[in-house]
Structures are given as structure tokens and as C-alpha cells.
Design a protein around this ligand. Structure first.
Ligand code: ADQ
Length: 472
């Protein structure tokens, strides 16, 4: 039905991701338009998309029939439909209640359900079919993330002429955890359909290499995996990043500076602000850090006039039970600490459970003396990088969990084990009391690294590695 002669030849560059990079907006008159979502992935890929008649395959975000393919912001967008039941089983179920907790160190217990797996297979087939239809002969196809791990193998079966890359945005677990997955062989073979499998950290790539030896008996050498059919697959790390220039430009605006000052006044002008910004997810260590901050106040090691905490928690996966429980835990902890230590107009913890514009986030980053990024496990964590990007004047202190991918790159941060409550408390005090000269020295080093490793560099190094390799 959607035959378009201009696109007959197909796209030579195709991105496959769970979500399309646009959000559906309803105009006041009831008509529909699409707005590019603010995500970093689109920004990074836009130049490649434009230069190569790029297509993006993904779900439009609402259950039911999908809109016809359309062009927006220089990209050809192809929607993959998901029924309401598939949203429950493939997305909320297998992706977010099985794979997500399993790949994040089983912080929450993964649920293994065969009907969820069946939906995962079915939906992955649908994405692979869509990619096979859209891709030009010999095209490069880049598949993203844990929702679509079977697509590389399925796509290769349909279109052996393609160059297929896969990037995992979340951690890849050690063999001992991965081995619990009842469908471990299938997932592994799915990924091995790619020519290049990318991870955030070198450790994740080694977990994967080790797994192919242990579970499938394949030979590996450095980053190469030798398949029985003669193909060679590579597994390597490509730490993702952000558009540093764009965010820094927002941070430097006078109105952002003004808003940062206003935020400080509005919460009672404390001398120091600690900040957390996360999706409300049990992997992010939000409750743990509120508990640690509360203990500092309870023990009198800190007063609420010295330091206040702002925690922004974006609503996320609200229909998954673990997320509902977490929300209650965080809100109970915030209520308790404010009940004890807050005054009218001067809360101990300011808690915001909603999404914000980039400009507001930049103002928050500018207002924060200490950024607290303490996930229990995180693929990378872009919030840490966003904070560094906004501190163009080399002020501010970053507390960073050892268990975030970003810890590989920012050794000058105050690294913590978020499970160690005393360590976390000590580190907060150390951050609040750090000499400005030391803070500047650290921030300068972190910024130097970040500026040279922005998201363009991430995308181009992955794509260069993908197209420059033998092993077809
Ligand atoms: P996430 O788990 O979503 O990403 P993260 O990397 O921190 O985690 O990215 C969150 C993004 O959402 C940031 O760009 C942040 O600014 C934005 N954000 C957070 N709260 C917001 C709010 N209230 N309003 C608006 N925006 C908000 C997954 C992996 C990470 C990996 C990324 C990218 O879990 O480990 O770094 O993908 O690969």
C-alpha cells in the first residue's frame, strides 16, 4: 500500500531501534504532527542519515495500527506496529522485566515467562522483515539495544548481502548471570548474526567473547569470534557520548545562568546543592542516595542550611510492578527526611517526578555544586557527561558510581561503591568540602576527555569499524 517509486532502490543506511526518533504531537485542531525527540542517538546519526538516504525503523509509541512510512527531518521513518498485548509481553515483559534486570546484575529478580519470549521472537521478526524490505543492496544496517537482539540473525537470513552492526546500550552480564536465561542460546545466536557487536565497556565485550566460547564452543582471538560457517564476528567497546557543544551552548546562555540562580533562591538559598537526575529506575540507586543523605542530616554531620538535595526522577515504565514499588520507596524516604529536617520554604530534599526541557536540565546542572550519579549498575550514564558538559567554568564536583560505564572514562571523579552507605556519606561530605582548586583540576581533566569524545566520534568510530572489516 505504501509503494513509493522514489524509494524503490531502498536506503543504503538503516537504523533499527525499538522507538522511532519522533514523538507524536496532536495539534489544537486535532490533526497529528511528528516532532523529533530530543534523544542523543538521533542527533548523532542525523548527518549519516542525510548523506545516505537513511531510514529509521521503530515503533511509534502507541499500540495499534502503525502510521504509513513518512519522511521527517531528512529521514525515512518506517513504523512497526505493536498490539496492546505485544506492548505488555514483548516490551514491558520480556524486555523490561526479564532482560533489563538480568543484564543489570539481577538487582531486581528477572521474570522468565514463555509467553513473553514468544512475543519477543514474533516482534523481532517483524522488525527484521521491515529492515529487509527497506534496505538497499549491500546497505549498512545498525540495530540497537536489548529489545532487538534477535534481529541481526533474522535479518542476515533474509538478506545475506547486508552489513549488520549491533550496539547494546545497557551492560552485558557475566556468563554466570547470562547462563540463567532459558533462551540463552537463541539470544547469543541472534547477536552473532551481526558483523560487529558493540558494547559500552571493554568488560562487557569480554563477557560476550567468553560466553561464545563457553556456551557455543566457538574460537575467539582478541575481539574476533570465528563461526563454524567461516564468518568472523567482532565484539568491541564503543563508549557512547553526548552532543557536548549543543548542551554547553545552552548552559552558557544568560537566561540559563539566571534560572540556575532562581532555582537556588526558590529552595531556600542553601550554601550547597547536591543534584541527582535519573529515570525513576531501580538500577539508578536513587533510594540508596537519599537514605545516605538523610543519615548525614540525622547524625548532624550536615545541616539543611549547608546543603540541600534536588532529585529529579523522570517517570518510567510505570506499568511494571518493580517500578511502582520503587516509586513508593523513594517517595516515602523523601517525605520522611523532609518531615524531620525541612522548614517552610526550605526542604531538605526537593523531589520532582516529571520530565523537563533541556534548558531546565541545563539550569539544574549549572545550579548543582555536587552531581550525584550513583547507579547500582548502568551501561554508560549520560547524565554524568551532561553535567561535565555544562561546567564550562571548571567548577563543580562529580560523584560517580564505579558501576556506571562512565567510570572507565572519568577516573578523576569521586568514584564510589553505591552499596557502601558509609562510603557514600563520606564521599558526599568530601565533595561538599572540596577545595575549589582541586575541584577545578579534576573538572578540567574530565572536560578535556569529554570534548574529544562526543557522540559524533562514537557514531563514526562504530560505523568505520563496521564498514572497514573483513568477515563477510
Ligand atoms: P538511560 O537508562 O535512560 O539510558 P542515561 O544514560 O542517564 O540513562 O540517559 C538518560 C537521559 O534522559 C539523559 O540524557 C537525561 O538528560 C535525560 N533525562 C533524565 N531525566 C530527565 C527529565 N526529568 N527530563 C528530561 N530528560 C531527562 C540507557 C542506558 C544508559 C546509557 C544510555 C545511552 O541505561 O546506561 O548511557 O542508554 O546509551
Amino acid at each position: 500500500a505504501s509503494f513509493d517509486p522514489a524509494r524503490r532502490a531502498g536506503s543504503s543506511f538503516v537504523v533499527v531501534a525499538n522507538r522511532l526518533p519522533v514523538d507524536r504531537v496532536e495539534n489544537p485542531d486535532g490533526s497529528i504532527r511528528w516532532r523529533r525527540s530530543p534523544g542523543g542517538l538521533v542527533t548523532a546519526l542525523e548527518p549519516v542519515m542525510r548523506a545516505n538516504k537513511g531510514a529509521w525503523i521503530g515503533w511509534a509509541g502507541a499500540p495499534g495500527t502503525a502510521p504509513e512510512p513518512f519522511d521527517e527531518a531528512g529521514m525515512h521513518l518506517v513504523s512497526v506496529p505493536l498490539s496492546a498485548e505485544e506492548v505488555e509481553d514483548y516490551y514491558e515483559g520480556f524486555s523490561n522485566a526479564t532482560l533489563w534486570p538480568l543484564y543489570h546484575d539481577v538487582i531486581a529478580p528477572p521474570v522468565y515467562r514463555r509467553d513473553w519470549w514468544d512475543a519477543y521472537v514474533r516482534v523481532n521478526h517483524r522488525f527484521a522483515d521491515a529492515a529487509a524490505r527497506v534496505a538497499a543492496r549491500g546497505a549498512v544496517v545498525w540495530v540497537h539495544d536489548y529489545q532487538l537482539q534477535l534481529v541481526p540473525e533474522m535479518l542476515r537470513a533474509l538478506r545475506p548481502d547486508l552489513r549488520i552492526g549491533f550496539f547494546l546500550h545497557i551492560p552485558f552480564p557475566p556468563v554466570e548471570l547470562f547462563a540463567r536465561l532459558p533462551w540463552r542460546q537463541q539470544v547469543l545466536r541472534g547477536l552473532l548474526g551481526a558483523d560487529l557487536v558493540g558494547f559500552q565497556r571493554p568488560g562487557a565485550a569480554s563477557n560476550f567473547l567468553r560466553l561464545t566460547r563457553r556456551l557455543l564452543g566457538y574460537q575467539t582471538q582478541r575481539d574476533q569470534i570465528f563461526l563454524p560457517d567461516g564468518r568472523v564476528v567482532r565484539a568491541r567497546s564503543f563508549p557512547i557520548s553526548i552532543d557536548v557543544g549543543e548542551l554547553e551552548e545552552i548552559a552558557r546562555r544568560p537566561e540559563t545562568e539566571r534560572r540556575a540562580w532562581e532555582i537556588r533562591e526558590e529552595i531556600g538559598a542553601p550554601s550547597k546543592i547536591l543534584l541527582g537526575i535519573d529515570r525513576l529506575d531501580y538500577t539508578k540507586g536513587i533510594a540508596e542516595r537519599i537514605h545516605a543523605f538523610a543519615e548525614l542530616l540525622n547524625e548532624g554531620l550536615l545541616t539543611p542550611d549547608e546543603a540541600t538535595f534536588i532529585q529529579v526522577a523522570t517517570p518510567s515504565r510505570e506499568r511494571v510492578e518493580q517500578y511502582q514499588l520503587l516509586r513508593d520507596e523513594v517517595e516515602l524516604a523523601v517525605g520522611r527526611v523532609n518531615g524531620t529536617h525541612g522548614r517552610i520554604g526550605r526542604p531538605a530534599v526537593t523531589y520532582l517526578h516529571h520530565s523537563h526541557e533541556r534548558t531546565e536540565l541545563a539550569a539544574l546542572y549549572r545550579a548543582a555544586d555536587v552531581m550525584v550519579v550513583t547507579p547500582l549498575r548502568d551501561g554508560m550514564n549520560l547524565v554524568a557527561k551532561e553535567y561535565i558538559a555544562c561546567r564550562y567554568d571548571h567548577t563543580g564536583v562529580l560523584i560517580l558510581s564505579e558501576f556506571a560505564g562512565a567510570a572507565d572514562e572519568f577516573r578523576q571523579a569521586l568514584l564510589v561503591n553505591p552499596y557502601d552507605v558509609d562510603g557514600l556519606k563520606q564521599t558526599m561530605l568530601q565533595a561538599l568540602r572540596m577545595e575549589p582548586r582541586e575541584a577545578t583540576r579534576k573538572m578540567r581533566a574530565m572536560r578535556r576527555h569529554l570534548v574529544e569524545h562526543d557522540v559524533d566520534r562514537w557514531a563514526s568510530s562504530f560505523l568505520t569499524a563496521l564498514s572497514g572489516e573483513p568477515g563477510r
